[in-house]
Structures are given as C-alpha cells and as structure tokens.
Design a protein around this ligand. Structure first.
Ligand SMILES: CCOCCOc1ccc(-c2cn(C[C@@H]3NC[C@@H](O)[C@H]3O)nn2)cc1
Length: 448
C-alpha cells in the first residue's frame, strides 16, 4: 500500500458557478444573462434544460455550506452572476443581488470556509450582448466597473479573486465552435472576444492593485488539456503543438510573456485570414502580474496531424477509460501539463480550480456508488502530488463540483458532483466520492 501525502499547508476545496447552481433566475431583480437566452433557444441544450431553478442554491446555500462544513474543506470557489448585481451590466445596482452574495459569503466565513470568487463564469448580462457583447470593446470597461464594485463591496471578506473562468470556452467554444452561449460560429469574432476578455482581465488586475487591497490575491483560471503526439513524426508533433497553442499558450503567453504565441497567430492569419485586434497598450495591460494561476484540467488525448479543420489536428482513440461525458481519463496528462506550465511560465503559485469527472450514477436505497469518480480522483490527485514532487508550486485543489449541476449544453444529463442532486425534489445526497474526498481532506493523504 502506498500513501500519497500532501503538505500541511495544502488548501482543499470544491468549485461551483452561479448559472449552474443558483436558480432564482427571474426573481429579486436579477437581469437576464446570455445563458438565460441561449438555454431558452430550442435545440441548444439537451432536453431543453435551463438554469431557471438549477440546484436552487440561491435559497439553499446554507444547506450547501453545511455540507461543505461536513466535508471539511477550507476553500469554496463560486462565481458572482454579473446580471444579478448589475442587471443591465452597467448602471443601476441591484441591492437584493448584492445582499444575497453578502449572506452567502458571511455564512462561509462563519463556517471558517475561505471564499474564492470568480467574477466571470460565462453569464454575461444579455443587455451587453445586445450591444455586441465581448466583441464590443466597451464591454471591457463595463466589466472593470462591475469588478471594482465587487472588490469594494467584499473588501475584507473575499481575499481570493479570479477574473475569468476558462477564457477559451468563453471565446472560441462560444463564438467559433458555437456550442456555448451566445452560440456564434465566426473565428474572427471569437478571436476578438478572446482578446477583449484578456484586456478586461489585465485592466481588472490593474484596478485591483490600485485599490491597495491589503491581503487579497487575484488570478485567473484558464482550462488546459494535454495533447500527446501519436507518433514521433514531425507532422504529428506540430499538430499537437497547435492544439496546445490554442488551448494553453493563446491564453497564457499574453499574461505571462506579454505576447501571443506567434506560431498560432501566423497560423490563424495564413489559414483563416484572422488577426488579433491588438491596440496600443493592450499587451502591457494583459500582462499585469497576477498572484496565482487557476488551472482547470479534465482530460487529454493522443492526437495527430490530419488534413483540414482549423488546426489540422485530430484525436486518436487509444482505448483509454472514458467518463460518462465521453472524455478520456488521462491523469498522465495532468502531470505533464502542470510540469509544462511550470517550465514555460515559471513557478507561479497554482490552484487547481477545477478537476473532476462526469459519472451519472443514481442513488440505490439512498446510496450513490460512484466508484468511477473515486478512481478518477485517486489517479488525478496522485498525478498532482507527482507534479508537486517535480517542483510545481501547487497551493490547493478544488474539485469540480460540489453538486451535480447544469452542465451547459449537456443540461442536467451530465453529473459532475460529489453530491447528487435530485432535480425534482432538490434533495442533496452525498455520494461515496464525497466520503472518500472527506477522508482525504481530513487526513491530508490517501492510500493507493
Ligand atoms: C462539437 C465540438 O464540441 C466541443 C466541445 O468542447 C468542449 C470543450 C470543453 C468543455 C468543458 C466543459 N467543462 C466543464 C466546465 N468547466 C467550467 C465549469 O463550468 C464546468 O461545468 N470544461 N470544459 C465543454 C465542451
């Protein structure tokens, strides 16, 4: 038996997001987001699901925090819904929305759970989308004003801020691939969106520094995956480099190097005639130093060159175990991508802000035996510990997710929670993985 022991100072937590768990979408002054509109568009979401009720955490957050207290975690990553606090995205503030987040944050602090707050987890106010959304540079300043209001409102309460969650999803998945809100399929539009989100990130970090927050920290949370070349043929190696360049370097090089990866911008220009709308001063803003990097990792793949497609790249099935959403279980990729990030960007403090798996096990006599999720957690925490032994500066781990919730285009058909949610009764049922994770958090080690 081998013990996987974590350092004393390791922070353990869970992660959620506003549109995925809150519900209460049309009460107490909340404005509409692009996800309210997208989820009400026929054909976009499995089973026509939407976030109107979700897990009803707007009303049940005390119960959720009680569950977190039982879990023994010390950090809870959640997001604020911009349209709940500023319904039109700019202008009037919704006091009922602010009051909700104060109640929730106060309850976390009373239970000695550190709030880690994501300012943008994809729920852009629809009123701003109606004016061009992130394609319109004015949205950048609207975001900075929203962020400043949150910094001032929660000064002394929230000490860990994340500007953007998964900018790749918020830009390319949403405006080029089109399976997320607002659902466009235009690479130049998506490239504009990606750039303006990065500028908004940098301006927000600069605004935060200007507020002289005493002990607060600010970062952001890109999603990464690992692409292993199918062979040592240069064309396969190059194809994987482009996949990594789109998923990782595109959103990390500007922040840590002050420039886009040129091999990627040249590829976009030559193959697609697409350019990044960089204005004077943008790259200096984007590369404002951050205090920590959030990393969201789920999966990876073996991939190779193919003719056609955006990157001339395709995955090659290698018979890996897959989760119920069809993603490879690829813990080796977790180790490799973390070491790659350390080697390329230096040893910035890293929080794993999302890592988890989709297994749709249902309760039997009140018990949810989600062995697949426990195996996934074991394997990925083992890979994480190995990365730490290799010098990666990991500060904490938040598993995705505390609760089963609205999994975007998959609706409620895909379950990522360590707590089962009955969407008819909203009853919460702790899964076997909850108890495994609780033991690991309590002991700060587990056995493999
Ligand atoms: C037709 C091509 O279709 C491609 C689909 O491509 C993707 C890529 C990535 C994702 C994805 C989903 N998640 C989990 C979320 N992370 C944030 C949190 O809200 C979780 O719910 N991470 N990545 C989905 C779809």
């Amino acid at each position: 038996m081998t013990i996987i022991q974590f350092p004393e100072e390791m922070k353990w937590g869970t992660a959620t997001a506003s549109y995925q768990i809150e519900g209460a979408a049309n009460i107490d002054g909340r404005g509409q987001s692009i996800w309210d509109a997208f989820s009400k568009t026929p054909g976009k979401i499995v089973n026509g699901d939407n976030g109107d009720i979700a897990c009803d955490s707007y009303h049940r957050f005390e119960e959720d925090i009680k569950i977190m207290k039982d879990l023994g975690i010390t950090t809870y990553r959640f997001s604020i819904a911009w349209p709940r606090v500023i319904p039109q995205g700019v202008g009037d503030v919704n006091q009922e929305g602010l009051d909700f987040y104060h109640r929730m944050v106060d309850c976390l602090l009373e239970n000695e759970i550190e709030p880690m707050c994501t300012l943008y987890h994809w729920d852009l106010p629809q009123a701003l989308q109606d004016k061009g959304g992130w394609d319109n540079r004015e949205t950048i300043d609207a975001f900075v004003e929203y962020a400043e209001l949150m910094f001032k409102q929660f000064e002394g309460k929230i000490k860990y801020w994340i500007t953007f969650n998964e900018p790749w999803c918020a830009s390319f998945l949403s405006n080029y691939i089109g399976v997320h809100a607002p659902g466009f399929q235009d690479l130049q539009l998506a490239t504009n969106v990606a750039h303006h989100i990065l500028v908004a990130h940098g301006k927000t970090v600069k605004k935060y520094r200007g507020l002289n927050s005493k002990e607060g920290q600010i970062g952001y949370a890109p999603n990464v995956e690992w692409n292993e070349p199918f062979s040592n043929r240069q064309e396969d190696i190059d194809a994987c480099r482009r996949a990594s360049g789109w998923f990782i370097e595109w959103f990390m090089d500007p922040v840590f190097k002050g420039e886009y990866p040129s091999f990627m911008t040249e590829w976009f220009k030559e193959k697609e005639g697409v350019t990044v709308p960089v204005l004077e001063g943008d790259m200096e803003l984007i590369s404002q130093p951050i205090d920590f990097l959030g990393i969201n990792y789920y999966t990876g793949s073996v991939s190779k060159h193919t003719d056609g497609g955006l990157l001339h790249h395709e995955q090659v099935d290698q018979g890996y175990q897959k989760t119920d959403i069809g993603w490879n279980v690829f813990p080796e990729g977790f180790y490799k991508v973390l070491v790659y990030i350390k080697d390329r960007y230096g040893n910035v403090p890293i929080y794993i802000t999302e890592n988890g798996s989709c297994y749709n096990d249902e309760p039997v006599n009140g018990v949810v035996k989600d062995e697949g999720r426990i195996t996934y957690l074991r394997q990925h925490l083992t890979a994480l510990r190995r990365a730490m032994h290799s010098g990666v500066n990991i500060k904490g781990y938040m598993t995705w997710s505390l609760l089963d919730n609205f999994e975007w285009a998959e609706g409620y058909s895909m379950r990522f929670g360590i707590v089962f949610v009955n969407y008819r009764t909203l009853e919460r049922i702790k899964k076997d993985s909850f108890y495994w994770y609780k033991q690991t958090v309590q002991n700060n080690f587990f056995e493999i």
